[in-house]
Design a protein around this ligand. Structure first.
Ligand code: MN
Length: 130
């Protein structure tokens, strides 16, 4: 899959945590990101995401779905921020209303991507924070 940016990123030294409960969305993200050779860790669970961040000191960035069963993405972000203030967290959400955005940023997300996530948006957002 070729991005529309006209060049390729090499993020082979970077590690991204994908927190997403929808299998199709996970497969899509992994396929798109494979072009960059970035390392990926996947979880469908907010609580597990918190544990992975605790146990993965070399993590570069988190793509955080908001709508998750159990612990929601914004709550998981709040918990992560209790012990890690610096890791970039990008919310991925179908609910890109301005009120929601404010809530995600307040929870500690650095930025957000609106679903369906466009490849170019994803790469440019990652480039900014990774
Ligand atoms: Mn979801």
């Amino acid at each position: 899959m070729e991005s529309e940016l006209g060049f390729k990123f090499d993020w082979s030294s970077k590690k991204v945590l994908i927190v997403e409960d929808d299998t199709f969305s996970v497969e899509y993200l992994i396929e798109v990101l494979s072009e960059t050779n970035v390392q990926t860790i996947v979880t469908k669970n907010g609580l597990e995401a918190v544990e992975i961040v605790k146990n993965t000191p070399d993590l570069s960035l988190i793509l955080m779905d908001i709508q998750l069963p159990g612990l929601s993405g914004d709550k998981a972000t709040e918990r992560i921020r209790e012990f890690n203030k610096t890791i970039p967290i990008i919310a991925q959400t179908a609910h890109a209303m301005s009120n929601d955005r404010e809530r995600y940023l307040k929870a500690g997300c650095n930025d957000y991507l609106a679903k369906p996530i466009l490849i170019t948006d994803l790469f440019l957002k990652l480039k900014k924070y990774i």
